[in-house]
Design a protein around this ligand. Structure first.
Ligand code: NAD
Length: 715
C-alpha cells in the first residue's frame, strides 16, 4: 500500500503503491495506512521532512467511489471527515516540511491531499491532468479542496475548476499557482527532495499561506466588491444552467462563499457538512451508479458473451455515404481502421468523404487536429460504387435509406463479396433486425448497430440482437464498438428497439400536452426544467416532424387493426400534410428559424392548436405535473422494455438514456428515477396518472410486483 523509507539526511519517503490496482485510490484502508505513516514520520525526531510520491504511473486517481456510493450513515461519515481533516491540519502545522512529487495525474482527493502539503512539483508529463472532477459525479472536493484552492489561487480562478471539474495540464496548473514547479519527467522526486533540504537548511518553519500572519485571499474574499459581484453573477448563471437540479455546484459555491468569509478551520467545518449532504444525496448515488459504474461496465464489455476470441478490425465496409454513413466512417478511421465507403455512384460516395473532410477541416482551423493527421485520416476512407471493393472487410455496416427492399438488396450484394465469417450490421433506426436478417444468407452473422446522429460525435451505440444473431456475432460487434471508442448497450429486437421507443415517448407526450391546449412555451420550458437538454417540441423539430410522421405511418401500416392513433400521429399529420412545416431542416416546424435571428415558437401554433387557459390566463395544468408526465412517461416505457426483455438489465436503460438522448444524469436514468422515487411511490404516481391520462401510464406488472415485494432495481 505504502512504501516507507528514511534516508541518511532524514527525509522520509512515503511512496503510494495501492496493491492489485493500476491506480492509487483513497479509501478507508489506504488512508489509514497513510495517516499512520505520516504520524510515524512526524513523531520520529530523526525525520526532518516528508516526501510523498507514487509507484504507479499517476499520483492518486481520487476517492474510492464504491465506498462513497455505499455511505448511508451521515453522522458516521461526517465524523470520519472531521478526523481526516484534523489529520491534514496536523500535517500542515506539524513543523516538518512536506512535499509532493507528482509524476502523473493527481485528481479529486489526490489533488486535495497534495494541496495540504507545503510544496508540489510535477513532472512534465503530457498525459498528466490535475483537477477536481467530483462535481461531475454530484460531489464536491470534500477533503479541504473548496477551502485550500481559493485561498491559494483566488476565488475567481478556483471557482471554475471546482464547479466544472475541468482537468488541467501541469503547465496550466503551474501558471495559475496550483503547483510550484514543473520539471523533466523522472526528476520530480529529486526536485521535491531538494526543496525539502533547502527549507530544512534555512531553518524556516514550513507553513501554508493561510496559516501565516496577515494572510489575505488573493484577489479578495467574498465580502469585497469584486467578491460580491462574482457571487451574484455565478449564482444566477448556475441557476440558469441547472434549474437547481444539481446540488453539487451550488454547494461548492456556498462552501467558497461561506468558508472564505470566515477563518480556515471554520471553512473546513462548513465544507464537511456540505460534503456529507451530497454524499448521502440520491443525486450523487444516481450519478455514480450510471455515469461511473454503469459506463465503466459497459466500456469493459461486462456483458460480452464469454468464450469468443477478441476480434481485431483492420477494414470495414460502409454502405451508404449519407449523414450516418459518413459519420460512422469518421469515427472508424479515427480509430485506425480503414473504411470502404460505398454509395450508388462514385459521386455520392465522394460526397460522404467530403463531409468528413469538411468536419476535420474545422478542427484543423481550431488547432485541434494537424493537417498531417487529417490527411492520414482521409487516406483511410476509400470511396467507391463497386461492391468488389468490400473484399476483405471484417464487418459491413449499412446506412442506406430506411427502406426494407433497399436494405435487402445491399445486404445480398455485399454478402456475395465478403468472407463467410464477416459480420453484417444494419444501422436502421426503426426496422426490426430479425426481419432484415431474412435477406441474409447467414442470419447468425447479422446484427443491428444503431448509431446516433451525428455519429462521429455521439458516444452511444445500441446493439440489437435479432432472433438468429449468434453470441459470437454479438461479442465481435461489441469489440468493434469499443475499438472505435464508443459505449455499447445490448438490446433485443423490438419496434424502435430501446432508445427510439423510450425517447419517442418524451416527444410524443409533448404533443399530447399541445393537443390538450397547454401553451407550447410552457411545454418546452418544462422539458428543460425537468433536466432534458431540449424541450419536446423543439426536439421534434430537430429530428424532423416529417420523420416522426413517417415512423407513425409505418407503424400504422405494420400493426394494421392493432394500431392505436396517438396525439403525435394527428399533430404530425397536420404539421406535415396540411401546414407544410416539416421541422428545422425545412426552416419551419413548431418553431420559426429566421435567417437573421434566433429561432422562436411559430405564432401560428395558437391558431391551429388552441390553448386552453384557466383563470388569469394561466395554464390549466401546473409545471410540476407537466414535468412529472414528461419524465414518468419515459420511465414507464423503459420498464416495459425490461418486462418484454427488450432490455437485458436496468443499468442499460439508464446508461443508454443518458448517452443516447441526454437524459438528465441527476435522475440516474429512466429506471434510476423510479428507484429514486421508491417503487411503491412510483406505482402510486403512475396509478394516478393512468386514471387521468390512460394506459400509457399504466404501471407494468413487474413494477407492481417489485413494489409489493420490496424488491429494488438497484441495491
Ligand atoms: P441519408 O439519406 O443521409 O443517407 C443515405 C445514403 O444511402 C445516401 O447517400 C444514399 O445515396 C445511400 N443509398 C441509398 N440507396 C443505396 C443503395 N442501394 N446502395 C448504396 N447506397 C445507397 O440517410 P441517413 O440519415 O444517413 O440514414 C441512413 C440510415 O441510418 C437509415 O436507415 C436511418 O434510419 C438510419 N439512422 C439515421 C439516423 C439519423 O439521425 N439520421 C440515426 C440512426 C439511424
Amino acid at each position: 500500500m505504502l512504501n516507507y523509507t528514511v534516508d541518511a539526511e532524514g527525509i522520509a519517503t512515503l511512496e503510494w503503491d495501492y496493491p492489485d490496482k493500476s491506480q492509487n485510490i483513497l479509501n478507508n484502508a489506504s488512508l489509514t495506512t497513510f495517516v499512520e505513516a505520516c504520524r510515524m514520520a512526524l513523531a520520529d525526531s530523526f525525520v526532518r521532512g516528508l516526501l510523498i510520491c507514487s509507484a504507479k504511473k499517476d499520483f492518486i486517481a481520487g476517492g474510492d467511489l464504491g465506498e462513497l456510493a455505499g455511505v448511508t450513515d451521515a453522522a458516521a461519515f461526517h465524523a470520519a471527515i472531521v478526523d481526516w481533516r484534523a489529520f491534514m491540519r496536523s500535517l500542515e502545522l506539524g513543523g516538518k516540511p512536506v512535499a509532493a512529487a507528482l509524476n502523473g495525474s493527481a485528481l479529486g482527493g489526490g489533488m486535495e491531499l497534495a494541496l495540504a502539503f507545503h510544496y508540489r512539483v510535477a513532472a512534465d508529463n503530457p498525459k498528466a491532468r490535475f483537477g477536481f472532477p467530483e462535481v461531475t459525479l454530484g460531489l464536491l472536493p470534500g477533503a479541504g479542496g473548496t477551502q485550500r484552492l481559493p485561498r491559494l489561487i483566488g476565488m475567481q480562478a478556483a471557482a471554475p475548476l471546482l464547479m466544472e471539474g475541468k482537468r488541467i495540464t501541469a503547465a496550466e496548473a503551474l501558471k495559475i499557482g496550483m503547483i510550484h514547479a514543473v520539471v523533466a519527467v523522472g526528476e520530480e522526486r529529486q526536485a521535491a527532495r531538494k526543496w525539502l533540504l533547502d527549507v530544512i537548511a534555512s531553518g524556516a518553519k514550513p507553513l501554508q499561506p493561510w496559516d501565516t500572519k496577515g494572510f489575505k485571499i488573493p484577489g479578495g474574499g467574498p465580502g469585497t466588491p469584486h467578491g460580491m459581484q462574482m457571487f451574484m453573477a455565478a449564482n444566477a448563471m448556475l441557476r440558469e444552467k441547472t434549474f437547481d437540479n444539481y446540488p453539487a455546484p451550488k454547494h461548492i459555491l456556498s462552501c467558497i462563499y461561506e468558508g472564505l468569509g470566515t477563518d480556515f478551520d471554520t471553512g473546513l467545518a462548513i465544507e464537511a457538512r456540505y460534503f456529507t449532504n451530497l454524499v448521502i444525496s440520491p443525486v450523487s448515488k444516481n450519478m455514480i451508479r450510471s455515469l461511473f459504474f454503469g459506463m465503466q461496465d459497459a466500456n469493459k464489455l461486462a456483458s460480452r458473451p464469454a468464450g469468443v476470441p477478441p476480434q481485431k478490425y483492420s477494414k470495414i465496409g460502409m454502405l451508404g455515404a449519407g449523414m450516418m454513413g459518413a459519420g460512422i466512417a469518421m469515427a472508424t478511421v479515427a480509430a485506425g481502421i480503414a473504411v470502404v465507403l460505398l454509395d450508388t455512384t462514385m459521386d455520392a460516395a465522394q460526397k460522404g468523404k467530403d463531409y468528413a473532410r469538411a468536419q476535420w477541416a474545422k478542427q484543423v482551423a481550431r488547432g485541434r487536429l494537424t493537417q498531417e493527421a487529417m490527411d492520414a485520416l482521409l487516406l483511410r476512407i476509400h470511396p467507391t460504387a463497386d461492391y468488389a471493393d468490400l473484399k476483405g472487410c471484417e464487418l459491413v455496416i449499412e446506412a442506406v435509406f430506411e427502406k426494407r427492399e433497399i436494405k435487402a438488396d445491399v445486404t445480398q450484394k455485399a454478402e456475395v463479396v465478403i468472407g463467410n465469417d464477416a459480420i453484417f450490421a444494419s444501422n436502421t433506426s426503426t426496422l426490426p433486425i430479425t426481419g432484415l436478417a431474412e435477406a441474409s444468407v447467414r442470419p447468425a452473422n447479422f446484427i443491428g448497430l444503431h448509431f446516433f446522429s451525428p455519429a462521429e460525435k455521439m458516444p452511444l451505440v445500441e446493439i440489437i440482437v435479432g432472433k438468429a444473431t449468434s453470441d459470437a456475432t454479438l461479442a465481435r460487434a461489441m469489440d468493434f464498438v469499443r475499438a472505435i471508442g464508443k459505449t455499447p448497450i445490448v438490446v433485443n429486437d423490438s419496434r424502435g428497439f430501446y432508445t427510439s421507443r423510450v425517447f419517442g415517448t418524451y416527444v410524443s407526450e409533448g404533443m399530447v400536452l399541445l393537443e390538450e391546449g397547454v401553451p407550447p412555451a410552457l411545454i418546452d420550458k418544462a422539458g428543460l426544467i425537468a433536466g432534458m437538454p431540449v424541450g419536446p417540441l423543439a426536439l421534434a423539430d430537430e429530428i424532423s416532424i416529417e420523420l416522426v410522421h413517417k415512423i407513425g405511418q409505418q407503424t400504422r401500416a405494420d400493426l394494421g387493426a392493432a394500431f392505436v392513433e396517438r396525439a403525435a400521429d394527428r399533430i404530425t399529420a397536420k404539421m406535415v400534410a396540411e401546414l407544410g412545416r416539416l421541422g428545422r431542416k425545412s426552416g419551419a416546424g413548431f418553431y420559426d428559424y429566421p435567417a437573421d435571428g434566433p429561432k422562436h415558437l411559430w405564432p401560428g401554433l395558437a391558431q391551429h392548436f388552441p390553448q386552453k387557459l384557466g383563470a388569469g390566463d394561466t395554464a390549466m395544468i401546473g409545471l410540476e405535473e407537466i414535468i412529472e408526465r414528461l419524465i414518468l412517461v419515459q420511465s414507464v416505457e423503459s420498464v416495459r422494455c425490461l418486462e418484454e426483455q427488450v432490455l437485458r438489465a436496468p443499468i442499460d436503460a439508464d446508461v443508454g438514456a443518458i448517452l443516447g438522448w441526454g437524459y438528465p444524469p441527476f435522475r440516474g436514468g429512466p429506471v434510476g428515477w423510479l428507484h429514486t422515487l421508491g417503487l411503491p411511490a412510483a406505482v402510486v404516481a403512475l396509478d394516478r396518472l393512468a386514471a387521468i391520462h390512460g394506459p400509457r401510464f399504466a404501471a407494468p406488472k413487474i413494477l407492481r410486483d417489485m413494489a409489493a415485494s420490496g424488491e429494488r432495481f438497484y441495491a
